[in-house]
Ligand binder design. Structure first.
Ligand SMILES: [Zn+2]
Length: 471
């Protein structure tokens, strides 16, 4: 009895001691530890799922940035936060404190490779990095070595074991008439810079044979979508969508916020799929004129003989792509009945390859919400006949979007004219969809680039806000 009590007391003291050490470690930041297991794995914890990224070797005395909960240490490996279980360690009173400065280069491991340290001129392994692991360094790779911080030690990796990756940077310049060719180039660059965050596919081809791109950003299971440039002259919406991709990727990498939203948190929970330019032929026609079309004389004829395409909204054969979706398509108001610069709904719903691509793409995912960006007028469409819980949810989100953007909610109508992507999305999938008309009203022409600053400020966080709601 006495013995048991004594043991219990000793355990209590131990617990209290451990508790106080933890508290102290969390308060003062860094803590040192010695590895007592043969091979102690360390992990990433980005999506709430532990993924092994390498191992620490026995007897190494290393530095943790801090205690992470009761059972883990947070360590820094090549600029990345990694986690190691305390059970394989004992606390040490002192340890190494090499830290790396501002990132100058980034590499991926070609193979599982050792990290070495220089002990009196001899290279000794301190741990290993998994194949595919991406690490950053303050220095450029030298002739033979890539140098990283490895849990407080200065670690060397043979250069033959790594491949240089392009550095994260601002890629998209939205302060220009943003062309289809520039978009394709930027999408490819973004994927090259952020291979685990960004991917793309083509979802179909336009009438004139241009590939229609869908770009994915994020790691979450929940999906959302956004698109721009259904309407040709509204091509500033492509600038907006591409700038979202660019700035979200950069903020994810730097772990910074946009408005009050942690981009990393949102994009670990949600994957966003963007179609930045639904109507590439139409956009190119507005930007570069009729000679950009496969059949230049036909588009001039559709444009009533004029070569000024500033007011053009349709695809290259004169069908308005946002009057193509089967939401009460039969009764669309104001249809001119024949191809032209705008408003012609086409011979049937989904008659055009661009809307067919959007239909198949949208049906092949489970999008919790969508944004179709248009211009202009600073108003927000959010309603298409929805009722009940979907109506309440739509109103709640629309009010938040309206508050963030300053755009006025278009009043709900009992019998709205349909045919739009958002109308169809709400009707077919029974989930909230939104059509913001960006920029103050500018009439029948493209929005001047000088309006982009305000457009960006107003719209940069609305998809993050909805992501936070649907995840
Ligand atoms: Zn539009």
């Amino acid at each position: 009895m006495k013995y048991v009590t004594k043991t219990a007391f000793a355990m209590l003291v131990c617990l209290l001691f451990a508790f106080s050490v933890n508290n102290e470690a969390e308060a003062s930041g860094a803590v040192y530890f010695k590895v007592v297991k043969e091979e102690l794995p360390f992990y990433s914890n980005e999506t709430g799922k532990l993924e092994q990224k390498g191992t620490l070797l026995k007897d190494m005395v290393l530095k943790a940035e801090r205690s992470y909960g009761a059972n883990w240490y947070e360590i820094k490996v090549g600029g990345q936060m990694r986690y190691v279980a305390k059970y394989g360690t004992v606390v040490s009173t002192s340890g190494p404190s090499f830290t790396q400065g501002k990132t100058a280069s980034k590499v991926a491991l070609n193979v599982e490779a050792s990290v070495l340290e220089n002990v009196n001129g001899k290279l000794v392994p301190v741990g290993r990095l998994a194949k595919g692991e991406q690490v950053e360094s303050a220095s450029l790779p030298s002739a033979n070595w890539f140098v990283i911080s490895f849990a407080g030690k200065k670690g060397y990796i043979y250069k033959t074991n790594v491949t240089s990756l392009p550095m994260p940077r601002d890629v998209v310049n939205p302060y220009q008439n943003y062309s289809y060719e520039q978009m394709v180039k930027d999408i490819q660059t973004l994927k090259m810079i952020y291979p685990d965050l960004i991917d793309y596919k083509t979802i179909g081809r336009s009438v004139d044979g241009r590939d229609i791109y869908a770009v994915k950003i994020g790691k979450g299971k929940v999906e959302m979508t956004g698109n721009g440039s259904h309407h040709a002259r509204e091509h500033i919406t492509t600038n907006l969508v591409m700038e979202m991709l660019d700035q979200y990727a950069l903020a994810y990498h730097n772990n910074t916020n946009i408005s009050s939203y942690s981009v990393r948190k949102q994009l670990n929970a949600v994957t966003m799929w963007f179609v930045p330019m639904v109507n590439p032929d139409g956009v190119t026609l507005v930007q570069k004129g009729h000679r950009s079309a496969k059949n230049p004389s036909y588009v001039v004829k559709l444009n009533n003989g004029s070569t000024n395409f500033n007011a053009w909204k349709a695809n290259i054969r004169g069908v308005d792509l946002n009057r193509q979706y089967p939401a009460n398509w039969a009764n669309i108001v104001g249809d001119p009945g024949r191809p032209g610069p705008r408003n012609y709904k086409g011979p049937s719903a989904f008659s055009e390859p661009e809307t067919q691509a959007m239909r198949d793409f949208t049906r092949s995912h489970r999008f919790e919400s969508e944004f179709a960006f248009h211009s202009s007028g600073q108003i927000l469409y959010w309603h298409y006949k929805q009722t009940g819980a979907l109506l309440s949810e739509s109103i709640m989100l629309a009010k938040k979007i309206s508050r963030m953007t300053g755009y006025q909610m278009v009043p709900a109508k009992s019998n709205p004219s349909g045919g739009g992507y958002t109308d169809w999305f709400i009707e077919e999938f029974k989930r909230p969809g939104f059509t913001p008309e960006v920029s103050p009203y500018v009439g029948d022409r493209p929005v001047p680039i000088s309006n982009f600053n305000d457009i960006w400020r107003q719209n940069k966080a609305i998809m993050l806000m909805v992501a936070d709601h649907v995840s």
